[in-house]
Design a protein around this ligand. Structure first.
Ligand code: 8YV
Length: 321
């Protein structure tokens, strides 16, 4: 039988778990599958060398599953992504090899939209600076500088997909005027559509990036877009670090040619560019848009349900097209 452990006769499928998942996922997974985890090898190469009978992978997509990774796993049937973004998975390579891919859409939309609004408020009202002002004892010596008003602002959404639309709904409750840029037109939308990201940036008080990562969106927020956003404008990124030209953003923040930024995502996470840490006009968050107990439980359940469906020969719940 495919993948049956010769040593134990254990017929459960073998599952490679590429990152640490919460116990509420690991425990049921350990019941259903023979698990291979990063604890079983000193590094990724050694782990892959042990993974020739692995039939399924559970992982956050941004850990990277390229063609070479898939070739190292000749028995692989399915990659169940713990997250909505699949930019870390080479989907063409998966299709060519007949490997199925699933993700966790919808269950995390509300949390990511919440954090986008929270980040916009944080940078415009300078909440982290206010916290430091109180804790550090500076309050008695004087008030901190004034912030900027969020409610009623012009809010531009780059990518009006599920998450972008959820951000727009929340922003509407803050009386924001909403504009958007989307590659495919959204004829049903009542929001103001822009032809280019630059035009949207020029109009926006705060520009929120929600597009999927990958080659098609690499550095779409470039120096020209930042210049259009201008010295009164704020950038919020809850998509992927790759969508922003980071050196251009660092320059713009340092020169104050934009007012500020609030970032959930970066290049080279978690070892982000050190220059961010010295800039007072940026709020930094550790890629945690979906990081609530409620949503992580729902993501884990959906990821596991997709694996169960695959091995039961049933339709996948959320296949990636
Ligand atoms: C991560 C995300 O998957 O859904 C996505 O695409 O980026 C996040 O939800 C999550 O943080 C697990 O690493």
């Amino acid at each position: 039988m495919a993948g049956q452990s010769e040593a134990t006769g254990d017929a459960r499928p073998e599952l490679l778990v590429l990152s640490s998942l919460p116990d509420w996922d690991m425990e049921p997974l350990a019941g259903q599958y023979r698990l291979l985890t990063s604890r079983d090898a000193p590094d990724r190469a050694a782990l892959l060398a042990k993974a020739r009978t692995v039939r399924a992978v559970a992982a956050p997509g941004h850990l990277g599953a390229d063609a070479a990774f898939m070739d190292a796993l000749p028995a692989l049937e399915i990659i169940a992504n713990y997250g909505v973004g699949v930019d870390g998975i080479d989907l063409d390579a998966a299709r060519q090899r007949g490997i199925r891919v699933t993700n966790t859409p919808d269950v995390l939309t509300g949390d990511v939209a919440d954090i986008a609004i929270a980040l916009a408020l944080s940078v415009m009202r300078e909440i982290p600076r206010g916290d430091a002002h109180v804790r550090g004892g500076a309050w008695a010596a004087g008030n901190m500088p004034l912030g900027r008003r969020f409610h009623g602002c012009k809010l531009g959404v780059v990518g009006l997909g599920r998450i972008g639309a959820a951000i727009a709904r929340r922003a509407a409750a803050f009386d924001c005027t909403i504009g958007y840029f989307n590659r495919t037109p959204q004829p049903g939308s009542t929001y103001k559509a822009f032809e280019t990201i630059g035009d949207l940036a020029q109009w926006s008080d705060v520009l929120i990036v929600t597009v999927a990562g990958g080659a098609g969106t690499r550095a779409i927020i470039d120096a020209t877009v930042l210049q259009a956003l201008g010295p009164q404008g704020y950038l919020v990124n809850v998509s992927r670090g790759t969508t922003v030209d980071e050196p251009a953003l660092l320059d713009a923040l340092a020169a104050q040619s934009i007012a500020g930024a609030a970032l959930d995502v970066f290049l080279n996470e978690p070892n982000i560019d050190e220059r961010f840490k010295a800039l007072p006009n940026v709020v930094l968050f550790p890629h945690g848009g979906s990081a609530t107990v409620e949503t992580r439980r729902a993501m884990g359940q959906l990821m596991r349900d997709n694996l169960t469906a695959h091995f039961a020969g049933k339709p996948l719940l959320t296949p990636v097209a």
